[in-house]
Write a protein that binds this ligand. Structure first.
Ligand SMILES: C[S@@+](CC[C@H](N)C(=O)[O-])C[C@H]1O[C@@H](n2cnc3c(N)ncnc32)[C@H](O)[C@@H]1O
Length: 388
């Protein structure tokens, strides 16, 4: 999208077109475009159609707001989803932050959540179209009083008047995702210096960031939603007692730690716990094991086991009925014998592809079960059970 396309969409005619395209189904697009081109400028119709497509893609991250917002293709990809941005804004608010310099604001995913938490935001982006979109979003959502959108290089911005600095560097280049934090734009080392200058600093990073890349004075937080790890952030100045945090959304619960030694390994017991992805990424499996009085089933595998069932938001529990060496024939026979038609296949530390396995087993019947393909005490095993 070009800046002039955005400006055209913000006119009364552009708004009418966007309203007509609201909730249209992709199947009707051709007929709709042909009809609209009879009465409107063809370029404006194309811009409105492209925007309508971006809005429907963005609904997964922004919910109902997406229908009122503006996007660029990169802006949708790189923006922070509302749930995660709201969580971060709440943490900022709890830390007493009243103003944030949002460096690398993109289309405003974080800025919007911060402003909605009542925080004043300076939203800085170098790209003129992205900047214009961030400004349009602040206006469309009635947040223009709290968000000042500025088109500038973050290196040229004085952040001394703000309680907090938030940096969300671009992590995608011409050749796709960037894994080396020093290749982010701006590089992680620059973002760390900027974050340390404020009372509170936060930097969004890839969830796969190597733990060695996390500075010693930072708290590293991994956030999952519905069990999927969505992002990680490094926090500075938050006076964290522990180096790591795993946050689970939508529950909004956080586990901190990172100083315990690995749990001991032992035999598979009655209950198997699968820690949430954020817990695993944050290396907090030992903290969950301590809470549950659990052991690992193998020193290299992040599954925990206990004799007693205890509730925890940080891991999903299964009751295990059979512990068997992995054997396809045996598994097939067992599934048939027990009339298991709904089979959930989980794996960790196994090269087997669940969908390939499902085709070979052909589950049929009225019962359901979970099979966990993993390793216990160094050997491939299949654990049969059900959610506890
Ligand atoms: C990951 S996106 C930010 C997403 C944003 N937090 C959101 O939720 O919408 C990174 C942004 O950084 C901007 N950027 C990269 N280098 C920059 C620089 N030196 N100065 C300002 N902005 C920059 C890019 O244009 C891009 O929009």
């Amino acid at each position: 999208m070009r800046t002039e396309d955005l400006h055209a969409l913000l006119t009364a005619e552009g708004q009418d077109l966007l309203a007509e395209l609201r909730d249209h189904s992709p199947g009707d697009e051709l007929a709709l475009a042909t009809r609209l081109r009879r009465t409107h400028d063809a370029e404006l119709v194309s811009a409105a159609l492209a925007q309508a497509r971006l809005r429907s893609r963005a609904a997964a991250k922004f919910g109902a707001d997406a229908a009122r917002m503006y996007f660029t293709p990169n802006g949708v990809e790189q923006s922070t989803r509302t749930s995660v941005a709201e969580w971060r804004a709440r943490r900022m608010k709890d830390l007493g932050v009243t103003s944030v310099a949002d460096l690398c604001s993109g289309i405003g995913g974080d800025a919007i959540a911060l402003a909605r938490a009542g925080i004043r935001v300076l939203a800085v982006d170098l790209d003129p179209v992205t900047h214009a979109v961030a400004r349009a979003n602040a206006e469309a959502l009635g947040l223009a009083d709290l968000i000042e959108a500025r088109c500038a290089d973050v290196a040229d911005v004085d952040t001394s008047g703000y309680d907090a600095v938030f940096v969300d560097p671009a992590r995608r280049g011409g050749r796709g995702r960037i894994f080396d934090p020093e290749s982010y734009a701006p590089p992680l080392s620059w973002a760390v210096q900027a974050a340390r200058r404020a009372s509170v600093g936060a930097i969004k990073v890839a969830p796969g960031i190597p733990h060695e890349a996390v500075p010693g004075d930072a708290e590293a937080e991994w956030v999952s939603e519905g069990g999927d790890v969505k992002e990680a952030a490094l926090w500075f100045g938050a006076k964290a007692a522990e180096p790591h945090r795993a946050t689970l959304l939508p529950a909004g619960v956080s586990l901190t730690g990172g100083r315990l030694p690995d749990p001991e390994a032992g035999p598979v017991r009655r209950y198997l716990y699968e820690p949430d992805g954020a817990v695993i990424r944050a290396h907090l499996v030992a903290e969950v094991a301590a809470e549950l009085d659990a052991t690992l089933i193998d020193p290299t595998i992040a599954y925990l086991t206990t004799d007693r069932l205890a509730p925890t938001p940080y891991a999903t529990a299964y009751e295990i009925t059979d512990v068997l060496p992995f054997n396809l024939k045996k598994l097939k026979a067992l599934v048939r014998e027990r009339a298991i038609g709904t089979l959930v296949i989980k794996k960790r530390g196994s090269a087997i592809e669940p969908e390939e396995l499902r085709k070979k087993i052909k589950p049929e019947g009225v019962n359901s079960a979970v099979v966990v393909l993993t390793r216990a005490a160094g050997s491939p095993v299949m654990l049969i059970g059900r959610p506890a």
